[in-house]
Design a protein around this ligand. Structure first.
Ligand SMILES: Cc1ncc(COP(=O)(O)O)c(C=O)c1O
Length: 422
């Protein structure tokens, strides 16, 4: 029997080819690791001087003293749902800050909210299924949905998030075609990439529409602690639970990646208990890292609110520096504007770690990826952050969380030179 060589196989002809034994449809193998370049505007990384190293060190000492011996058993000998102390902190913090009364039974700790996306996708999606997502959304979700053979359909956004009339029209059309979406994926608070925050009235409208069509909502709130005002609107889940009897249509997820540190890999799902139990049955990794959970629970109980309010200020200043740099180097009368026939518009995010740029019609930001990389600059091309890559082609996402003010300014100037020269 002959076997077709996989395109990424590097086995010499006639030699055993292990890649040929793997299943079809795998992504391209990862490239060799290269250090993060100076002007890396990708990746959702955070401000490194803001990592609370001292507080985490003290918390680690205290947590290990109290619970170190429990590391001998999976899940510290407790519930695979996650360390009880951390679930209690999450529940209390959401009740106090997101108007969402929550019990620790409704919290499932996961290995970053990326695992939350995987668990929800596993529970809901089959090949051929449809998900409604915001027209500009987290690229990681678009690719995860595609990898399951399902597809996203984009719902329009305005300055307040999902446009209700368009959502209603889409749901109507999909119901008519016999392909109702499995769920609506939304990032209502500090939307990725636009940075908008959905007002309460709009939240109620979206919920009413989802309930009318009987479609679940998957609410991803990983940036909600980073809203400049520090005031979070009630989550969709909070409003839904307050207004309706029975099970909620909303599954919620959050993360410590943006508020404390992404390398910790700790996030959480909040849902009705039967949903939590179902997702727990799918979480077959023998538990999220216990040390991270112990340290976070110890640290967060005493310091979380103070820490995020300082971090917010740091990021807000970086955001101002980023917007200033874009307006200076890509705004009206800049070389970029002259070259492209108009200025680049920069979003005014209400929190978070990124801005969303809109270029004049006809621009494809992907064409600048290679020449920018040669100068040590990375950015997210809009197509990868958009459900419709053609719609997204003239857009670009720039993260500013991990760069210094100097690097933001120099990096945007260098990127503008690349754009003007290509
Ligand atoms: C909207 C959104 N959801 C989920 C994630 C994944 O975050 P993590 O797995 O680090 O919690 C990200 C990361 O940038 C994101 O932007």
């Amino acid at each position: 029997m002959t076997e077709t060589a996989r395109p990424n196989s590097d086995a010499p002809a006639g030699a055993f080819d292990i890649a040929a034994k793997m299943v079809d449809g795998l992504p391209q193998p990862a490239g060799a690791w290269t250090p993060i370049p100076r002007f890396s505007f990708v990746g959702g990384n955070n401000d490194s001087p803001s990592v609370p190293v001292g507080g985490l060190t003290e918390a680690a000492m205290a947590a290990l003293t109290k619970h170190g011996a429990e590391l001998a058993t999976y899940n510290l000998g407790g519930n695979p749902q996650g360390f009880a102390g951390l679930r209690e902190f999450v529940a209390e913090s959401l009740a106090a800050n997101a108007h969402m009364p929550t019990s620790s039974e409704q919290v499932l700790v996961v290995s970053g909210s990326l695992q939350a996306l995987d668990l929800v996708n596993t529970a809901f999606l089959r090949p051929g299924d449809v998900v409604i997502a915001e027209e500009a959304t987290y690229g990681g979700m678009i690719s995860k949905v595609a990898r399951r053979g399902a597809r996203c359909i984009g719902v329009e956004l305005d300055d307040d998030g999902i446009v209700p009339e368009h959502l209603e029209r889409l749901l109507d059309e999909l119901a008519g075609a016999g392909t109702p979406p499995r769920f609506i994926y939304t990032i209502p608070t500090v939307q990725n990439p636009t940075g908008s925050v959905m007002p309460i009235g709009r939240r109620r409208e979206i919920l009413a529409i989802a309930r009318h069509f009987g479609v679940p909502i998957f609410e991803d709130e990983c940036y909600s602690d980073l809203q400049w005002t520090g005031e979070r609107p009630p989550t969709l889940r909070a409003l839904d639970c307050a207004d309706s009897e029975g099970q909620s249509v909303v599954i919620y997820c959050g993360s410590f990646s943006k508020s404390i540190a992404p390398a910790l890999r700790v996030g959480y799902i909040v849902a009705d208990v039967p949903v939590v139990r179902q997702l727990m049955a799918l979480k077959d990794d023998a538990g999220t890292g216990a040390l991270e959970q112990l340290v976070l629970a110890e640290y967060a109980a005493a310091h979380f609110d103070d820490h995020v309010s300082q971090l917010r200020e740091t990021l807000r200043e970086k955001c101002a520096a980023m917007r200033h740099a874009v307006n200076t180097h890509m705004g009206a009368l800049s070389r970029v504007a002259i070259k492209l026939g108009g200025p680049v518009q920069v979003s005014d995010p209400k929190g978070g770690i990124f801005v969303w740029l809109t270029f004049p019609p006809g621009t494809d930001t992907a064409r600048y990826l290679a020449p920018a990389a040669e100068r040590g600059i990375q950015f997210n091309e809009g197509a990868a952050w958009s459900v419709d890559p053609e719609w997204g082609a003239r857009r670009m996402r720039l993260c500013f969380g991990s760069l210094s003010h100097q690097d933001i300014s120099d990096g945007v100037a260098a990127l503008a030179e690349v754009i003007a020269a290509n």
